[in-house]
Write a protein that binds this ligand. Structure first.
Ligand code: ZN
Length: 306
């Protein structure tokens, strides 16, 4: 792949799919980080950030949205850098203040996130200084109703969070609660197209430059979900299972069933796929799908990440 020209002072700490990418901005007198990964990787996040900062302190942490794979390292970073200021999108700020893990979706999705604090909010329509550059904050509802994306107009670089990946976009979570949100995904793709970025740094995966092709793929995928919303729900069920498997790496089918039973949101979503089946049977069929897709392997009754 050709070397991408990132804006001056910007480093992308590319992570896997369990942890979001971390985007570091090093300026003359100011260092900032966008998103902090999943909690089980927080030691690695600290090491990566410390090594890139070369002895300097992190001044500012901001989150594009509050999913567990984007904020799981917040608490560790706040402990490591006591003067760190943390900014989050305004939509769920009250739930962070009250630490409502139900509303923040950590509990219903069966994911973990250590409690963190915040010092202010990232209002869409404003700008924020990261390192030496000023980035525009844009609302990007769809994958998450309150997500923001960040755009630097001189280099035309977009930090797209989970609103646009090189191939697709994140599960449209509001749809899982029965809220219509596919049109928001489309509107956010329109916002991105209008910004006309030359370079996109996504929440997961490598930065990429063929943005029109990525937008076209995303629109096509969205059209498929709009035409057949059940397909989106099935995709979401598999994504939540795969996320847990990425976290655990290996789990017995019995253990996975116990987790699903204790996580009503997941249980509902899994059971919905196969109406005439028990939760155990539906889970079994979804596991077989994951194995067929090469996302997992099964040895006896032990499921492994692949
Ligand atoms: Zn997300």
């Amino acid at each position: 792949m050709a070397r991408l020209q990132l804006p001056k002072g910007v480093t992308v700490l590319e992570r896997g799919w369990l942890s979001s990418n971390n985007i570091l901005h090093i300026g003359v007198d100011h260092c900032a980080l966008i998103d902090s990964g999943y909690c089980t990787h927080s030691d690695q996040t600290l090491l990566l950030v410390e090594s890139a900062l070369q002895g300097r302190a992190l001044d500012l942490l901001l989150n594009t949205h509050l999913h567990s794979d984007h904020v799981g390292g917040n608490a560790a970073l706040q402990a490591r850098y006591p003067a760190l200021q943390t900014l989050i999108p305004p939509g769920h700020a009250a739930y962070v203040a009250a630490w409502d893990t139900e509303k923040l979706t950590y509990k219903p999705t069966g994911q973990n996130c250590p409690q963190f604090r915040f010092d202010g909010t990232l209002q869409p329509g404003t700008e924020v200084r990261l390192g030496d550059l000023h980035w525009q904050v844009h609302a990007a509802p769809g994958h998450d109703s309150h997500s923001v994306i960040l755009f630097e107009p001189h280099s035309r670089t977009l930090v797209s969070a989970d609103a646009l990946w090189e191939r697709g976009f994140g599960v449209v979570f509001p749809e899982l609660d029965g809220d219509d949100a596919f049109h928001e995904v489309a509107q956010t793709l329109d916002v991105i197209a209008a910004l006309n970025p030359l370079l996109v740094i996504p929440g997961h995966g490598s930065p990429f430059t063929d943005v029109p092709a990525a937008i076209a793929r995303a629109r096509q995928r969205l059209a498929g979900f709009v035409a057949d919303p059940a397909r989106h729900l099935q995709h979401a069920a598999k994504v939540l299972l795969k996320f847990k498997l990425l976290e655990l790496q290996s789990v017995s089918l019995q253990g996975l069933l116990a987790w699903a039973e204790a996580t009503p949101y997941v249980a509902k979503l899994v059971a919905m796929q196969y109406a005439d089946h028990t939760l155990a049977q539906a889970l079994d069929l979804l596991v077989q799908d994951l194995v067929r897709a090469g996302a997992a392997t099964l040895q006896g009754t032990q499921l492994h990440n692949a």
